[in-house]
Ligand binder design. Structure first.
Ligand SMILES: N[C@@H](CCC(=O)N[C@@H](CS)C(=O)NCC(=O)O)C(=O)O
Length: 205
């Protein structure tokens, strides 16, 4: 496996971001030091011409590698960093299963749970009652799918902690901030505790 170029800088957000946290958590578990640059997304600091040169999509997280390369999209960064480590499985099918859960996270989980949390967090929920109600239905559906998997296995893929767990942990463990009630999801709550007990774990704030 080609060695990963070292991450020298992580562009992250002043408002605690689950997507930024995914990268910080894995870097911590890999014991890799890095510089953290905090941007205020509410002030449009990811939309300046200078930042858009680094990431044309205008979002954090973004990592800068030692050779000056930039890589965006939290889950892509996780895959890059995890290759050749215990957090990315050896078996071909298990690697595809990690991606299966990470695409699920981006399409069914994050747009509902993270977005609801952001609107409450940033005081932008007023006037969004209808869309918030829709996001709660869809978010609970995603939590139901996770609950079903975690009732059968201790981690998402291959009974072993991987970047699929990191990806889904980031916004699930703060789902209450988006007014999701995790009380009925007993398997999810047990898994949250298992993830938080992993070596090198750091909290989001
Ligand atoms: N799919 C992206 C989502 C990144 C994202 O939504 N970033 C938000 C903060 S969590 C952001 O930078 N928003 C600022 C903006 O869009 O201007 C990922 O997984 O990295």
């Amino acid at each position: 496996v080609e060695a990963a170029k070292r991450v020298v800088r992580l562009y992250d957000s002043t408002i605690p971001s689950g997507n930024g946290y995914k990268v910080r958590l894995l870097l911590s578990q890999l014991r890799q030091p890095f510089e953290r640059v905090l941007l205020d997304i509410l002030k449009g600091e990811t939309r300046t011409p200078e930042y858009l040169k680094k990431n044309p999509n205008g979002k954090i997280p973004l990592v800068e590698l030692e050779d000056g390369t930039f890589l965006s999209e939290s889950n892509a960064i996780l895959v890059y960093l995890a290759e050749g480590t215990p957090y990315w499985p050896d078996r071909r099918l298990d690697r595809a299963r990690c991606l299966q859960w990470m695409f699920f996270e981006q399409y069914s989980h994050e747009p509902n749970i993270a977005t609801s949390r952001f609107w409450y967090y940033a005081g932008q929920s007023a006037g969004r009652e209808t869309v918030l109600a829709e996001k709660h239905v869809a978010g609970n559906k995603a939590l139901g799918v996770m609950e079903q998997q975690l009732s059968a296995t201790s981690f998402f893929v291959g009974e072993r902690y991987s970047i699929a767990d990191i990806s889904l942990y980031a916004y699930t463990h703060v789902a209450h901030e988006g007014r999701f009630d995790l009380a009925p999801y007993t398997a999810i709550r047990a898994w949250l505790a298992r993830v938080a007990a992993q070596p090198g774990h750091v909290t989001m704030t």
